[in-house]
Ligand binder design. Structure first.
Ligand code: ADP
Ligand code: ASP
Ligand code: MG
Length: 405
């Protein structure tokens, strides 16, 4: 079998951890498999590099930032190759540009365009373990790019798709995908299986155990994907196509996202065209708007509220204030002390009333819901940040997701 094994930051945090990765990789090879390894930077390295750049400038040059950020993964692959070679395992480390993993030119959030598989197959044929830098690529002009935070997951899945691997294993610091972030809920249940679609919604709503784009790629190319721990041999969670083997549960998981902020614009004269006036400049600036609530009052004015990533708040406020002034809106408000909670499950397609159940649970706790949005398999709500952990725990329990039932 050809297996892609990806190890995240905590799994390659120090030499001891890298040696343990080397043992696992060597064992997989001994079992007769061809192995391609994808590595993240050691935990904390990417943050440290970002901090350095931030010390130099508020808005560091994106191209140079990518050259800097790519270093962490380069260090990991070289160290793993040294460890494997020291124990007699044939291997070769390759940086993304040596493969090449071609991307578009969007520095900091580049998308993979194509992967050259010839070199990898050649090395595998020669009996080598191939160790590849995650998180990065190269443009057709030869510039280094990065794929956005958590991007090594996407590198691994894209490589597995390009190589038509039998399996892509994502090794991390938890046993797999849980019904909630173990850092937020004390006893979440480990999911044996989850559908691509639910996993995509969970990841997109804040479950950063997988980068959203990696799940999109896995779903599109039907890559068999497993999330498991690098600290033990437990089987982990399989991410699979939706089929009859999936338990028919109403809710698969609950997420908490504290990385968004809310902007509200009060009493904007007029109705038609208001949304596009506000959102056009944001789109132009590359700012992603998430939840949107609009209300047209009887007096003909519109109230508009939406959320954006906290990192985009300053820019969003400046742009929104300019639009609000042009349109004679009464005022613009911003709040960073909010959190978004999402409840995800395929069962919602066929069960009515989940939103109502959620509102009831929160009402019983006297928690105010500030914004709501629903999709076929997800309900998202914005609440005050300080009330969010309690809300997540209550929802997790009410939908019977607690391990200790
Ligand atoms: P890696 O460095 O291995 O890529 P990440 O920190 O990116 O690891 O992702 C693993 C983390 O994701 C876990 O430590 C956990 O706190 C967090 N996480 C959030 N939601 C979930 C979830 N539903 N299931 C499992 N882990 C989750
Ligand atoms: N090192 C990168 C990050 O910290 C990519 C990854 O870990 O997946 O975001
Ligand atoms: Mg990660």
């Amino acid at each position: 079998m050809l297996i892609v094994q990806k190890f995240g930051g905590t799994s390659v945090k120090n030499l001891e951890r890298i040696r343990s990765v080397a043992r696992r990789v060597a064992k997989t090879k001994e079992e007769g498999h061809r192995v391609v390894v994808v590595l993240s930077a050691p935990a904390g390295d990417t943050d440290a590099l970002l901090k350095l750049a931030a010390e130099i400038s508020d808005q560091p040059d994106p191209r140079e930032c990518d050259s800097l950020l790519a270093l962490g993964e380069q260090k990991s692959v070289a160290l793993l190759a040294l460890c494997l070679k020291a124990s007699g395992v044939a291997c070769i480390s390759l940086n993304a540009h040596q493969i090449p993993i071609l991307t578009d030119k969007e520095h900091g959030r580049a998308r993979i365009v194509s992967i050259g598989v010839e070199r990898i197959f050649k090395e595998l044929e020669a009996g080598q373990v191939v160790i590849v830098t995650g998180f990065q690529g190269i443009t057709e002009d030869g510039d280094v790019t990065t794929l956005g935070r958590g991007g090594s997951d996407t590198s691994a899945v894209a490589l597995a798709a390009a190589l038509k691997a039998s399996l892509c294993e994502i090794y991390t610091d938890v046993d797999g995908v849980y019904t909630a972030d173990p850092r937020v809920v004390a006893e979440p249940k480990l999911l044996k299986k989850i559908s691509y679609e639910e996993m995509m919604e969970l990841a997109d709503s804040g479950a950063k155990v997988l980068q959203t784009r990696s799940v999109e790629v896995a779903a599109r190319h039907r890559v068999p994907l497993t999330v498991r721990s690098s600290f033990n041999d437990n089987p982990g969670t399989e991410v699979v196509p939706e089929d009859a083997s999936l338990e028919k549960i109403l809710v698969a998981g609950v997420t908490l996202n504290t990385q968004e902020a809310k902007v509200a614009i009060r009493r904007i004269p007029g109705g038609a065209g208001v949304l596009t006036r506000f959102f056009a400049p944001l789109a132009e600036a590359g700012i992603n708007v998430d939840m949107i609530v609009e209300n047209l009052s009887e007096d003909g004015t519109t109230d508009l509220a939406f959320t954006v990533a906290k990192v985009d708040l300053r820019k969003t406020l400046a742009l929104s204030e300019a639009t609000a002034k042009r349109l004679n809106a009464v005022r613009v408000e911003a709040a960073s002390d909010i959190a978004k909670i999402s409840i995800v499950g395929l069962g919602m397609r066929t069960h009515a009333g989940v939103a109502h159940q959620i509102f009831q649970i929160l009402a019983d706790l006297n928690i105010t819901v500030q914004m709501v949005s629903t999709s076929e398999i997800k309900v998202s709500l914005v609440v005050a940040a300080e009330e969010a952990p309690e809300a997540v725990k209550a929802l997790h329990k009410a939908f019977r997701l607690d391990h200790a039932k």
